[in-house]
Write a protein that binds this ligand. Structure first.
Ligand code: KOT
Length: 833
């Protein structure tokens, strides 16, 4: 029976807890008090949900104390703070993380067990906080964890969506979306009803002469929506720092407007106004790597930016410093272009409200902001229609035009002979309707722009933002390769592996300095260590097998090679390549003699991921995966040699079960399309090998762990454009092995072929934009190498151990320190009292 707590952890984390406090916890004092008073339940009437609430509240009390102290200390020392603006924070569950940070998990486990509960079941009661789509939102959550752990004075700002990313069910092979109402009994948020900001929309701009005779602009009329702050404590690991995540919720303002309607007896329309206001923070847009230009989305963006900026400026003004000092006190990081209006809003506050001159204000603005680009996919690049913005944010549009004018004037001066450059770099695209290019605005309004992996940052400089490199020079553009927090993605998700490593390294220091993992390599030939490593992987596979049995009813063989692809479903991520590969394997097995079958390495192909509700092709891919699973899993000729599983509703807490259980995982995007990818890092850190293309962070993972420890295949980014060009001019021949797969689909082997014709024809007839056919042969061959390698378990194990030992670079702590040094210019606030 494994507890997840090694002796080393008890030494490190628990040592700081005074004995009387431990004693009080042992006697269930805090738990019982919360169950009996806060929840008004008796211990005899305490179910698992109440046990969860009681435990969460007891741990929350501990967090709050450090949280308050941290905030006081940050206000008192008044040094530069970082504000991380993100429309998405994919936090997952909090209780386990809180236990890890507070350090009383062992006592809680015993206490709950005294009362007849298993701590795992209690932890499982919690709803995931799923305020994000995928990698971008999860990166924001990892940032918060690292910033607190490294003692940076940092706040996150986001939206408090009533509905997070939808829950996914699979019905007859199709994705069905269920609303995710997650807010009931959420003990981790604190409403701050006293912290409100009035946010204006629509209206018009009037010019007037101020008392100094200066012509100024004033934004008048329109409607007001109120922003209310909800705060979430963000504890660091092994530190007292507990930072703040502030999420804004929208509400109708109780201004005159409403009263007039009430007085006129127009109750219904007053309620409708109320609902319209609340709609702003009602739901997370469920699109990953796609922007669709909906007015409500723009409203969300402005609402959140304006509330956050008001809050930040209010905090700064309390210090009574001169405006020129603003960038010495405030660094704002834009998580993609979604918060770009914050740039315009700060300029508006400084010139319209605070009376600064344009140049002085703009100088402050550009020193304050940094912009992170996460994707080069054209469909994800934000553009807003000028008429839409004119109507919703008339003053902001004026400011954008002015920023553009000054910018273009400076470009013209520098490049007088380049006629085309002005239209290429203009913030305004001269289309019908005209569009505001948010990425260009973000570049022009920031002092640093970064990509999220080396290849991605290089591509930004050589393609999308090429002209801006010419204009500003290369120094404005930089790379910070993504990372993941080892607290959640190693220690929490894989406590036993973490404990084994801690045992060898003499403690858990590696959770704060992941480069210490390199010491693990010394044990790669240690027999007992290797055996334990293998046992842990097996246990983790069994845990996933139990989850699969419970959720799908299928039995999977834990000795089989677990092959996993879990991420958002997108054509560029190429789950279609994977499922075509599975069909190829299936057809090959069916054609084998009994003798040949004996040589086959049994496989379980595991898929998981959500499709954007309006993304038809992605939904078709999910449908095909489920139909293939249906046929393969009940084919007696195949038996245990191949199973196909689609895990519904992939989310953070499922990732915590899936990542430690993979033998191999797939990161197979068309070269040049994936910004970074971060699940690749999670899988390798948990001792899984990966098959991947030369894309995103796969390239740097290869550099770190060595190319003998990774299975790379496929065309390179530099060849993609040429291949697409050739396809376009008819130079395309379907790979013969893929043709056999398509023939089976067209023979209705996996259900009605008509259901999948869009998928096959996108490859055969419409140019194969994602190069599925071009990479198919290389993909299949590489999977054969995977099978062969898996048969040599001793070597496989060596690859697994070596890779983990070399993953130190991908800690989010390294990432956070790089941002702090090269973009934010902030120092940690020392908290050793
Ligand atoms: C774009 C528009 C809307 C919603 C999400 C996006 C988005 C997500 N753009 N890039 N991402 C992913 O960000 C991750 C974190 O940097 C990367 O690892 C991943 O490659 C991006 O696809």
């Amino acid at each position: 029976t494994f507890t997840g707590l090694g002796p080393a952890e008890i030494k490190n984390v628990e040592a700081s807890i005074p004995e009387p406090l431990r004693e009080a916890w042992r006697e269930h004092k805090y738990f019982v008090r919360h169950v009996e008073t806060t929840l008004a339940r008796s211990l005899y009437n305490c179910d698992e949900l109440a046990a969860y609430s009681g435990t969460a509240l007891a741990f929350r009390d501990r967090l709050i104390i450090e949280w308050n102290k941290t905030q006081q200390r940050q206000t008192f020392t008044d040094q530069k703070r970082v504000y991380y603006l993100s429309l998405e924070f994919l936090m997952g569950r909090t209780l386990d993380n809180a236990m890890l940070n507070v350090g009383l998990k062992d006592v809680a486990r015993d206490g709950l067990s005294d009362l007849g509960f298993r701590i795992e079941d209690v932890i499982n009661q919690e709803h995931d906080a799923a305020l994000g789509n995928g990698g971008l939102g999860r990166l924001a959550a990892c940032f918060l964890d690292s910033m607190a752990t490294l003692n940076y004075p940092a706040w996150g700002y986001g939206l408090r969506y009533r509905y997070g990313i939808f829950k996914q069910e699979i019905v007859n092979g199709y994705q069905v979306e269920i609303p995710d109402y997650w807010l009931d009994n959420n003990p981790w948020e604190f409403p701050r009803h006293e912290i409100t900001v009035d946010i204006q929309f629509y209206g018009n701009v009037k010019k007037y002469q101020d008392e100094n005779g200066r012509i100024s602009n004033s934004w008048e009329d329109g409607e007001i929506v109120q922003a209310i702050a909800y705060d979430v404590p963000i504890p660091g690991y092994g530190t007292k720092t507990t930072n703040n995540l502030r999420l804004w919720s929208s509400k109708a303002s109780s201004g005159e407007f409403d009263f007039q309607k009430f007085n006129a007896g127009d109750y219904e329309s007053a309620v409708a106004d109320q609902q319209r206001a609340e709609t702003i923070s009602a739901v997370l847009y469920p699109n990953d790597n796609l922007e669709r230009g909906k007015e409500l989305r723009l409203k969300q963006q402005y609402f959140w930016c304006a509330a956050s900026l008001f809050d930040i400026v209010r905090r700064f003004k309390k210090t009574k410093r001169a405006w020129a000092e603003f960038p010495d006190q405030v660094a704002i990081q834009l998580n993609d272009t979604h918060p770009t209006l914050a740039i315009v809003e700060l300029q508006r506050i400084l010139i319209d409200k605070e009376g600064l001159e344009w140049d002085e204000a703009w100088n402050i603005v550009t020193k304050t902001f940094g912009y992170t680009n996460h994707t080069v996919l054209p469909e994800a690049l934000e553009k807003w229609s000028v008429p839409l913005m004119q109507n919703l944010l008339p003053r902001h549009l004026q400011i954008i035009y002015e920023v553009n004018l000054f910018f273009l004037q400076s470009v013209e001066k520098r490049f007088p002979n380049d006629r085309d450059i002005l239209s290429r770099v203009s913030i305004i695209e001269e289309s019908h309707p005209k569009m505001v290019r948010m990425a260009y605005l973000a570049i022009i309004g920031s002092h640093k722009v970064n990509g999220v992996a080396e290849l991605h940052s290089d591509l930004l400089k050589s393609t999308l933002f090429k002209d801006f490199v010419k204009i500003y020079g290369p120094d404005r553009f930089t790379n910070v390769t993504n990372g993941i927090t080892p607290r959640r993605w190693l220690h929490q998700a894989n406590p036993r592996l973490s404990a084994l490593i801690a045992e060898k390294l003499g403690g858990y220091d590696f959770l704060k300095d992941l480069t210490l993992l390199d010491k693990v390599e010394a044990f790669v030939d240690d027999k007992a260590f290797r055996e334990e490593w293998a046992v842990i992987k097996r246990e983790n596979k069994l845990r996933l097998a139990r989850h699969i049995k419970a959720t799908t009813g299928f039995d999977v063989n834990p000795n089989a090679l677990f092959d996993v692809q879990v991420k958002r479903i997108h054509e560029y991520k190429r789950q279609q390549l994977n499922i075509f590969g599975v069909i190829h394997r299936y057809l090959s097995i069916k054609a084998m003699s009994a003798e040949e079958k004996k040589k086959v390495v049994p496989r379980v192909s595991i898929f998981g991921g959500k499709a954007a509700p309006g993304y038809w092709m992605a939904k078709t891919i999910i449908h095909l995966i489920n139909n293939v699973a249906d046929v393969v899993n009940k084919d007696p000729e195949v038996g245990d040699l191949l199973k196909v599983i689609f895990i519904a509703d992939y989310n953070v807490s499922k990732a915590e079960i899936i990542c430690p259980a993979s033998d191999i995982s797939e990161h197979i995007s068309t070269a040049g399309t994936e910004g970074s990818g971060t699940s690749n890092m999670k899988f390798v850190l948990n001792g899984g090998l990966i098959i991947g293309t030369c894309d995103g962070a796969n390239i740097e993972i290869t550099r770190e762990i060595g190319e003998q420890n990774i299975f790379l295949f496929g065309n390179l980014a530099e060849d993609v454009e040429d291949l697409r060009h050739r396809h376009f001019y008819g130079d395309f021949k379907l790979d013969p092995q893929l043709e056999r797969v398509f023939d089976a689909i067209k023979d209705n082997v996996f259900g009605d072929k008509a259901d999948f014709s869009a998928l096959t024809s996108s490859i055969e007839e419409h140019g194969d934009y994602y190069l599925v056919s071009d990479d198919f042969n290389s993909y299949i061959t590489t999977h054969e190498m995977v099978d062969e390698a898996f048969q040599n378990q001793e070597e496989w194990l060596a690859k697994s151990i070596t890779s983990v030992a070399r993953m130190g670079f991908f800690s989010m702590d390294r990432v956070t320190n790089e941002y702090a040094d090269s973009i934010w210019n902030v120092e940690p606030l020392d908290v050793t009292d």
